[in-house]
Design a protein around this ligand. Structure first.
Ligand code: H2U
Length: 368
């Protein structure tokens, strides 16, 4: 794809239409996401009113530590008759309703460019983080979250031997379509590279070829200098609102050293990844004093046959995509212009980062 295709068509519109000097936190503009070659419209003038601290709390869901009818709890029988062990840490099982199966008949080759079809093999797993249902990642101990990270890695290594892409993701909160309050995530492994990593693979490869350094290495270096969008950090990881964030409080978690895959983390780094997960989710919960919903996941270099390919353009990273905008009850809808034209946001990424930086690092439920 030629670079010119990535430019929005602004020919003839670059002359000044006002005497004002451009301020990114006041004036509308579009920002570029180099990972996906996508633009986002930023309209900060729409949210000039100061933040009121408004907290419209939805009814806090009462979750019991153990629900005999919850199919994810230890010792319970799932609807398909399988019995969960009395697990005491993490627990992984094959999804009873998987979107991907390990076997399927061969797909006939399609020569027609308008009707392309290709094989899709894989497997889907469910991973419980903890035996208790009334706990979430920020309320778990560092040891407990480290066990979660270790299990993510073990699963990624095992599935990555066979599959090109292993997607670890957590859908949290009913607002995100999560069906169960028990702390859990999903792991889907596929024979194909799904759209998001496929596009990121392309643009990271192109960036390395052109600039001689991985895109996200250069990006982190500059963010560490600018300091405008940093939220929290530790010795191995940095969490920031990306310059091109689409969701109001979107976060990107980046390693300080060049790590291709989560499996490449040392034991110390795994613990520090658990620490940054706790830091991020604590700030999220504190933002609106609620059990903050999001979809999150990890991206790293592809696996399977790609393990023997050159993947130096990749940098392991985490992505948090939360839907909340103004309060625990006000969600950003990606509809209308977003569905038909492109993503748009009011709050700037810098303002979002400031708001998250201002949140306490201590979870509100753990305050004395
Ligand atoms: P969510 O994280 O999106 O709520 O999904 C939970 C998954 O757990 C969902 O994919 C699976 C569902 O298929 N599940 C089982 O495999 N067995 C069950 O008995 C309940 C839920």
């Amino acid at each position: 794809m030629g670079d010119d295709l990535l430019q929005p068509n602004i020919i003839g519109m670059d002359q000044a239409t006002t005497q004002q000097v451009f301020q990114p936190d006041e004036h509308q503009h579009i920002r570029y996401n180099p990972l996906k070659a996508e633009w986002v419209l930023v309209s900060p003038h729409r949210c000039k009113r100061p933040w009121s601290g408004q907290v419209e709390k939805p009814a806090e869901e009462e979750v019991p530590p153990h629900d005999p009818n919850n199919p994810l709890c230890p010792g319970n029988t799932r609807p398909n008759g399988k019995v969960n062990p009395n697990y005491e840490s993490t627990y992984v099982f094959t999804n009873d309703f998987p979107a991907l199966l390990e076997e399927a008949p061969p797909v006939p080759k399609s020569d027609n460019p308008l009707f392309q079809c290709a094989p899709a093999l894989g497997t889907c797993r469910v991973m419980c983080f903890h035996p208790r249902s009334d706990i979430t990642l920020p309320l778990m101990t560092l040891d407990e979250v480290t066990k979660v990270v270790e299990r993510w890695i073990a699963e990624s290594i095992e599935l990555g031997l066979k599959y090109r892409w292993v997607q670890v993701f957590e859908n949290k909160g009913a607002i995100m379509g999560c069906s169960n309050p028990h702390p859990h995530c999903q792991i889907w492994a596929s024979s194909f590279l799904p759209n998001e990593p496929r596009v990121k693979d392309h643009y990271q490869r192109q960036y390395l070829a052109k600039h001689g350094r991985p895109l996200l290495r250069d990006y982190l270096d500059q963010e560490l200098q600018k300091k405008e969008r940093l939220v929290c950090e530790n010795a191995s990881f940095v969490a920031l609102v990306p310059y091109w964030a689409v969701w109001p409080f979107e976060l990107l978690v980046l390693p300080r050293r060049h790590v291709l895959r989560m499996a490449d983390l040392t034991a110390d780094e795994q613990r520090l990844l658990a620490d940054i997960v706790r830091q991020v989710t604590t700030r999220y919960d504190n933002l609106f004093r609620c059990n903050f919903p999001y979809s999150m996941g990890w991206h790293g270099a592809p696996t399977g046959e790609a393990m023997s390919e050159d993947c130096q353009h990749w940098v392991f990273h985490g992505i948090y995509l939360p839907p909340l905008l103004r309060s625990a009850a006000v969600k950003k809808f990606m509809v209308g212009y977003e569905m038909l034209a492109q993503a748009q946001r009011d709050l700037t990424p810098e303002q979002a980062a400031q708001r998250l930086r201002d949140c306490s690092p201590v979870h509100y439920k753990l305050e004395q």
